[in-house]
Design a binder for this molecule. Structure first.
Ligand code: ADP
Ligand code: MG
Length: 325
């Protein structure tokens, strides 16, 4: 076949289906946007494993009327102006691609209201990210993004994600993402529902330990101790098993998910850091080997944004540090 330019709609669908790969990637992007908008309340609602409906409602700053026409277009962001701004990055988002990508693989409506607006407006957006209808709606200050018919245009993916076991695994992944983003913001209130059933909720609290308790429960959290390190360029908060714990096994799982690692509030999978934390904990419990076991712990590192590159992979869970640890 002679070489030809792909129609724009095809190339966009192909690229975007790579950015938005699953229900959990939609939820992750929408919750991160809510957090970037400084929300203190986030309500997440899924129906039909997220393939029928995903709704994320926040009480953040809302979207200004002048920004609305661009919000779902590729490469539009209010978070950075140029590459050099990544050195000062305080937000989860910076590429301006998530909403645009979600629009190409699903039907999207955005309802939003800023503190300047007298009432909210609901905007239906088409697959190119253009607004097709706008009508007044009911919402307090904040934003509600409704995503329906996810992967309708990518039927293989939809069928794949819809099969019983995979749908359950995907729901577990959503649960993990919601919890890992929520726990690092103690002051945040979150609800997470599937088919009207409340799967998890977190109330606002004041410490990281109280926040973690709402995931791991009182038994585990009461057996963790908090260690703090404060230096000019670096701060580390750790919740790790108390040294006096007699049986470390009760604070371990065979799944690495119980080790929650963060760099600048971003949940990360960082093998080197994981190994360091494991080494530290096993040294504290020298008599109790940790083979194939992972201890419950939370490690949050805050460093200058210029020291981190989160732009390695679409989902930003792998990062690179300028000065390797
Ligand atoms: P990015 O987060 O990288 O900027 P997105 O496509 O996720 O890109 O969002 C595009 C823009 O839409 C954001 O920069 C922000 O200005 C606005 N936005 C998206 N979601 C929200 C929200 N929940 N509250 C306020 N503004 C939002
Ligand atoms: Mg974003």
């Amino acid at each position: 076949m002679p070489m030809q330019r792909l129609p724009t709609s095809t190339s966009k669908l192909v690229t975007c289906a790579q950015i938005i790969t699953s229900v959990s990637s939609v939820v992750k992007e929408l919750v991160e946007n809510a957090l970037d908008a400084e929300a203190t309340n986030i309500d997440i609602k899924l129906e039909g494993n997220g393939l029928d409906l995903i709704e994320v409602k926040d009480d953040g700053c809302g979207i200004a009327k002048t920004d609305m026409p661009n919000m779902c277009l590729p490469c539009y962001t209010s978070k950075v102006c140029g590459y050099e701004d990544l050195d000062k990055l305080q937000t989860y988002g910076f590429r301006g691609e998530a909403l645009s990508a979600i629009c190409s693989v699903a039907d999207v409506t955005v309802t939003t209201r800023t503190s300047e607006d007298e009432f909210a407006m609901a905007y239906a957006v088409n697959d190119c990210g253009n607004i097709v209808t706008a009508k007044p709606s009911h919402l307090n200050k904040g934003t509600l993004v409704t995503v329906s018919g996810l992967f309708r245009k990518v039927p293989v993916r939809k069928n794949y994600l819809n099969s019983g076991r995979r749908a359950a695994e995907e729901l577990k992944r959503v649960d993990n993402i919601v919890k890992s983003l929520a726990v690092i913001h103690p002051g945040l209130r979150v609800t997470f529902r599937h088919n009207k059933c409340l799967l998890w909720q977190k109330s606002a609290c004041s410490t990281l330990c109280q926040s973690l308790m709402q995931i791991v429960g009182h038994f585990v959290s009461s057996k963790l101790e908090e260690l703090l390190l404060r230096e000019t360029e670096l701060s580390v908060d750790m919740l790790v098993p108390r040294r006096e714990t007699e049986n470390l096994a009760v604070l371990c799982l065979s799944n690495v998910d119980c080790m929650m690692l963060y760099i600048n509030n971003r949940p990360v999978r960082y093998k080197k850091l994981e190994k360091m934390v494991l080494k530290y904990i096993s040294e504290c419990f020298s008599g109790q080997p940790l083979t194939h076991k992972y201890p419950y712990c939370l490690v949050s590192i805050v460093i200058s944004p210029g020291e981190v590159d989160a732009n390695l992979e679409p989902n930003k869970t792998r990062v690179m540090l300028k000065e390797e640890i």
